[in-house]
Write a new protein. Structure first.
Length: 573
């Protein structure tokens, strides 16, 4: 039975290592051990026509690539206008009114020496790579990542995201005492229709209000449609912490099918299965820690689309679009209509996202352990509200878990202490009956019954701890509030590894001490393996986030204290 207990422990730790290694493989672009590798994206337009997206043909064409009759001339003037607030620096291109860059000055890029390419650079150069923190950038030219809006109609071309627009003079920076700043762009008439876009930037907000004023300046009625889309290439965000297979790509939420993420590979294979018609919902582009989203919270019919765009001049590789289309009322000559939208571009702060739109907090990727990670983050957030330091919050979490599981752990440690106390008796019996394995097993069970020992009692706390441990791993890697959060002394970022490996070494030492406290295995080979296991597991912790190592180290220290007290009470050395 002792062997069974040790076997169970080995299985738990081995499976943990396998899953973490698989995560490391996926993080570095290698195929998962549990699924076939996805085929490489083909740099060509999809074989199916644009109308196969499920949207009206004219809408699908406009959402992907405006028809040439409505496209701007190749030499059309393009002015980049940057609006600065206290939390955003957004660049708008007057060619179509695209948002082509968004800097987040309160969030700086992190240097993480556990990232593979940086490790290779360090090995090659024998020195730390040069690194200067810069603001995190969402929309950018490098990934052809931008937010676009425009008009389309079945009756002909209208102002779209390739139509030149003129900026109206105004403030370009949010000054002291101001609560908002606006940018107004006006298009020329296209198809007898004029489009006016007004961008509203507010203090402290990672949202941009976008108002579309559509004016029918022609002589015939027109029924315009407004499309809102997010466009980017299929590259995944790099620079996250080790073992971070966090999702990068489009997401759709509506009142029918709720939250859905769509992989770029599925778009390549035409395997996009989303609800195309709904009265509520939004679209987003997700990456590690940050996201962008088009939000229209007013109920009203909308069409969703997610697809690959045809090849575009000056763009290397494939690009993808995720968006919504709204049909506006028919406009008589001289009439106008206004449509309101909200563009979010910022950090995945769970509580603030939930306030912006239903389900928007779901863009925070907790992996497959969402059911455990969400309540765990809720508890951490509540504790942090009192303590104010995420490192001590993690320590407090372990204390609470230890209190909650005290009786269960005490029972397990008593069982292990008694096993250690009877170990000499069992070893003598095994030596005496070494040629009679069946009698040896019967005699061992008799000793356990006499001493009231449950030989597998020590396994249950481990089983309960591992899901919490893995859920905390995802919370640490997904929670932007813990990004670059310091603990004390040399730990300045709990979301990346300990730069001096002090916490992993302490964790390894504490694990070895636990092995010494526990009853030794009867088999000499098993004894050696029980000493090797903490070392092997500890090496894995060298690249784990410091917050995760702090959790396990604190758990070990409290476990040692509880085990030592129980051993002392039972007179076990």
């Amino acid at each position: 039975m002792t062997d069974i207990r040790r076997t169970v422990l080995w299985v738990v730790f081995t499976m943990s290592l396998v899953l973490l290694w698989d995560g490391w493989q996926k993080h570095n672009g290698h195929p998962s051990m549990f699924s076939p590798s996805a085929p490489k994206a083909v740099s060509s337009a999809p074989a199916t026509p644009a109308s196969s997206s499920g949207l009206p043909a004219a809408t699908a064409t406009a959402a992907g690539q405006t028809p040439s009759t409505a496209a701007a001339p190749a030499a059309a003037a393009s002015e980049k206008i940057t609006i600065r607030t206290d939390v955003l620096a957004v660049t708008v291109d007057t060619l179509g009114g695209d948002i082509v860059r968004a800097e987040l000055p309160h969030y700086l890029t992190s240097y993480d020496p556990t990232v593979t390419d940086q490790l290779l650079q360090m090995v090659h150069l024998q020195k730390k790579p040069d690194f200067t923190p810069e603001p995190v950038v969402l929309f950018n030219e490098a990934q052809h990542y931008r937010a676009q809006t425009g008009l389309v109609s079945a009756s002909g071309p209208l102002p779209a995201h390739t139509t030149p627009m003129t900026a109206v003079a105004g403030e370009r920076e949010l000054k002291a005492g101001q609560d908002e700043v606006k940018l107004r762009l006006e298009s020329a008439e296209v198809g007898g229709v004029k489009l006016v876009k007004t961008f509203t930037f507010k203090r402290g907000a990672y949202t941009v209000g976008v108002t579309h004023e559509v004016v029918n300046a022609g002589a015939a009625p027109v029924t315009p449609q407004v499309y809102l889309q997010l466009v980017r290439d299929g590259s995944h965000v790099t620079g996250g912490a080790a073992f971070t297979p966090s999702f990068t790509g489009p997401a759709v939420y509506n009142d029918k099918t709720k939250f859905q993420t769509i992989k770029f590979e599925d778009i390549d294979k035409n395997k996009v299965d989303i609800e195309k018609q709904a009265n509520e919902g939004w679209v987003a582009m997700i990456q590690h820690y940050f996201a962008s989203a088009w939000l229209v919270n007013e109920a009203g019919n909308r069409e969703f689309f997610v697809r690959k765009l045809p090849g575009q001049v000056g763009v290397v590789g494939d690009t993808y679009a995720s968006g919504m289309v709204f049909t506006l009322p028919t406009l008589a000559p001289g009439a106008s209509v206004t449509q309101q939208a909200l563009l979010f571009a910022g950090p995945q702060e769970e509580k603030k996202l939930a306030e912006l739109a239903p389900g928007l907090e779901r863009v925070k990727d907790y992996g497959k352990l969402t059911i455990l990670a969400e309540p765990l983050f809720w508890l951490l957030d509540k504790i942090h509200g009192f303590i104010g330091n995420w490192g001590w919050t993690i320590v407090a979490l372990v204390l609470l878990l230890k209190v909650a599981l005290y009786s269960l752990n005490a029972s397990a440690y008593k069982s292990m202490a008694r096993m250690k106390a009877v170990a000499p008796r069992i070893n003598e019996m095994k030596e005496r009956l070494k040629d009679k394995p069946q009698e040896q097993q019967q005699e061992m069970m008799k000793i356990y019954r006499e001493e009231k020992i449950n030989p597998i009692g020590g396994c249950l706390p481990i089983f309960l701890q591992m899901p919490i441990f893995m859920a905390l791993y995802w919370v640490l890697l997904s929670t932007v509030e813990m990004r670059q959060a310091p603990w004390m002394l040399w730990i300045t970022d709990l979301s990346v590894r300990d730069p001096f490996f002090i916490l992993p070494l302490l964790m390894m030492a504490s694990s070895l001490f636990q092995v010494w406290l526990n009853p030794p295995a009867a088999d000499p080979m098993q004894q050696k393996m029980m000493w090797i296991m903490p070392v092997a597991f500890g090496v894995m912790f060298f690249v784990f986030p410091a917050g995760l190592v702090l959790y396990w180290l604190t758990n070990n220290i409290l476990s040692i204290a509880q085990q030592w007290l129980i051993n002392k009470r039972l007179g076990v050395n």
